[in-house]
Write a protein that binds this ligand. Structure first.
Ligand code: MG
Length: 326
């Protein structure tokens, strides 16, 4: 990590722990990290930035901020079918709050251990709002990475996990809505946890190499991210709203407010994967996929319709929290 005199101590106290991966020859502490390039692999590199009050609510616990900052970056690696190796962190802070930093760094270390990757460098600066930028480095065998383009007419569209939980968690966190009376007691906590602690679908992404014809992770909402795949592949899509996998909490929410299905498929922060698969594929249950539709060239590129033929908003899908199309 590059550092001014005051920062050395801060970095040493909070961000300098021994690397766990053998590829990392030198981690935090010098002018640059040293990594042995993984033999026979391509490097996959992704970067994503988060700002307090925009990408996570200001009051989010620091451990969860750390978890989410790393998770969203590893989710991009997962979407490419890559395995995580290392990451750098740049952190802008309004003031040096030792308690916040201690909790943040312990959350970061726990997350890094959980996903088997090392913090190898970064920088800290003063900033008007808590701002984090992580660059993640992953490994993927050459010619096997899953990209956004490449899907074919007739391919199935499938997603991992459940869709829309984070959008409902966010609506609750921001006080945009009261809990529906149909929610069970633990549901609100579950939805909030899905917002704060997304789980990058690393094993599914790697298992789908050689099977998925295209794919990406859902960061800005199912409709918008599926739209990116459609645009890159020059196709349109038909999806079955009833087939979209929902958590128990989301199902109970929709019992009272069925129209909110649109909020679930347009909302962001799921960090599930959406992939295209050849129609004849035999789904391995270990992939954790649910088929929700198929790709077609019947409509204009990028258009998404539901099975009944009604056009869905597609790339006009909008992240209400970010307030813009990221
Ligand atoms: Mg992505």
């Amino acid at each position: 990590m590059a550092a001014g005199p005051d920062e050395f101590d801060l970095i040493r106290r909070h961000f300098d722990w021994p690397p766990v991966r053998s590829e990392v020859a030198l981690g935090v502490g010098d002018d640059a990290a040293l990594i042995h390039p993984p033999a026979g692999q391509q490097l996959a590199i992704g970067t994503d930035m988060l700002i307090a009050g925009r990408h996570f609510p200001e009051a989010t616990p620091p451990e969860a901020v750390a978890h989410k900052a790393l998770a969203v970056n590893l989710s991009d690696l997962a979407a490419m079918g890559a395995a995580p190796l290392a990451f750098t962190l740049s952190l802008g802070l309004p003031a040096t709050d030792e308690t916040w930093l201690m909790r943040f760094s312990s959350g970061l270390r726990e997350a890094a251990d959980r996903w088997g990757c090392d913090l190898v460098g970064g920088d800290t600066i003063g900033a008007p709002r808590t701002t984090l930028s992580i660059t993640a480095f992953g490994m993927v065998p050459p010619e096997t990475a899953i990209r956004r383009g490449g899907a074919r007419v007739g391919d199935l569209i499938a997603v991992t996990g459940t869709i829309g939980d984070a959008a409902l968690g966010l609506a609750l966190a921001l006080g945009q809505t009261e809990s529906p009376s149909t929610l069970a007691e633990t549901d609100a906590d579950y939805l909030r946890d899905r917002l704060d602690r997304p789980e990058p679908r690393l094993s599914a992404g790697q298992a789908l190499r050689g099977h998925a014809t295209a794919g990406l992770d859902i960061s800005d909402g199912l409709l918008q991210d599926l739209g990116h795949m459609l645009t890159a592949s020059g196709l349109s899509a038909e999806i079955d709203l009833d087939a979209i996998p929902l958590s128990g909490a989301a199902r109970r929410w929709l019992e009272e407010r069925p129209a909110d299905i649109e909020r679930l498929i347009a909302g962001g922060d799921d960090y599930e994967l959406v992939v295209a698969l050849p129609p004849a594929i035999e789904l391995d249950p270990a992939w954790g996929l649910t088929v929700i539709g198929r790709l077609t060239d019947e409509w204009s590129d990028g258009e998404i319709r539901e099975r009944a033929g009604r056009p869905l908003p597609g790339q006009r899908g909008y992240n209400h929290f970010r307030g813009s199309q990221a």
